[in-house]
Design a protein. Structure first.
Length: 79
């Protein structure tokens, strides 16, 4: 299952995994697209407040403005 890349918005950062991508918007929300075979997209947080993002091969990480960290995607190695 593939997700389409976002068409337009004010993005401030991008990160790429093996087959998925994550973008950070200037309003602190994240957008995901690409492969979703192990939750790379559907498990992404829907709240705002993110200030940084990163991707591993099959997982993603977001740092929130309150210092909390959110992770989603693969977890077979305790990512």
């Amino acid at each position: 299952q593939r997700g389409a890349a976002p068409s337009s918005a004010a993005f401030v950062a991008f990160a790429c995994g093996k087959s998925h991508s994550v973008a950070l918007r200037n309003d602190g929300t994240v957008v995901t697209w690409g492969d979703n075979s192990i939750g790379q997209r559907n498990d992404a947080p829907t709240c705002a407040g993110f200030v940084a993002i990163a991707c591993g091969r099959d997982h993603s990480v977001g740092l929130r403005n309150d210092g909390m960290v959110a992770t989603w995607g693969a977890d077979e190695q305790r990512q």
